[in-house]
Design a protein around this ligand. Sequence first.
Ligand code: COS
Length: 386
Amino acid sequence: MSLDNESFELLLSSVQRFIRERLVPAENILEETDEVPADIVEDMKSIGLFGLTVPEEFGGIGLSVSQEVQVNFELGRTAAAFRSVFGTNIGIGSQGILMDGTPDQKREYLPKVASGELIMSFALTEPDAGSDAAALKTRAERDGDHYVLNGTKRFITNAPRAGAFTLMARTGGPGAAGVSSFIVPASLPGIKLGKTDKKMGQRGTKTCDVILENVRVPAANIIGGVPGEGFKTAMKVLDRGRLNISAVSCGMAQRILDEATAYARDRKQFGKAIGEFQLIQAMLADSQAELLAGWSLVQEVAKRFDAKPAHLSDPDVSMRVSCAKLFCTEMLGRVADRGVQVHGGAGYINEYPVERFYRDARLLRLYEGTTQIQQIIIGRELMRRD
Ligand code: COS
């Protein structure tokens, strides 16, 4: 699945223009109001951002992973909250249906996801199951042709906007084999949302608890129709998600480097632009080198991702995805830190974008699997090999 090169280049340049002309100028409003302006959301729908990864047969654009990472690089250049409006739709919220859904599930949900009519959100994490995702406690008890769900999901991105959740619950015994993925419409009786989390950064991104009390979900809403496969679905979805977080990290690093370079050209101390001092250049140079290394890695892993069947996982590709997530998000942390350093005291003042990017960037090392979880995935795969 991919878009032909010419159409993709057109799409990419319209996304670049949209970011430059509409999103970057709205960053301060976003920061002040903690909301993505409604007219921007409408524009996102009209340029097709909600349907980037949904196949054309279901009304989307059908980007390959190699193309998707390029779009995500561009989106990294502006506030993360903009991407979060549609990011769960094209990413972790809907990919489970795309990868493992039955034909009926795909037909029912994907066209609405692609048009932006339905916002989907991914609900795996719980108060006592973060890194140890297979320990999740949300119960799904069979009752005739329904399951009754009880439990709490935590830090769920886009939950306040969601029309449906891809939600993991326990239909069987302990561990990964007892987990199933459900499509849970947000309108079902018994679903309550907690208060919106107050976060360090990424203002405008909405996360909260999703509380399920005796929520009756049709058995037909188990993704793929077979119980016990939900953990694998979640892991496959996260593989693709993590590569996209890596691409966003590179885009964010690029924006921070651009801001720092521009500042170093303008700011004068000791009688000349600070960018003429080699100690400043060293910080910019380290950031540039690491950014290029990370971005090359992302593109290389994306090609491997595209080379395998989309619904199957490959431990070697998963391992490489974790290398990308580990390297790129940590690289972003260093680039963001240097970006503030180049700005000196100004970098601590929120009039300068680097102050905001520094806070926004911190989350990327945490969500969709911490750096330490990526190390575990890489280490385990290496130990498994002969
Ligand atoms: N693709 C497909 N299947 C996968 C997979 C992948 N990438 N990774 C694991 N699986 C399968 C395994 O093959 C195993 O199946 P079998 O028992 O049939 O062999 C099953 O899933 C369980 O895997 P594993 O034994 O590795 O599970 P663990 O509980 O030991 O740990 C980790 C898995 C730690 C990797 C997982 O819990 C994880 O990624 N945690 C972080 C969660 C996360 O990212 N949260 C963010 C939430 S979204 S913001």
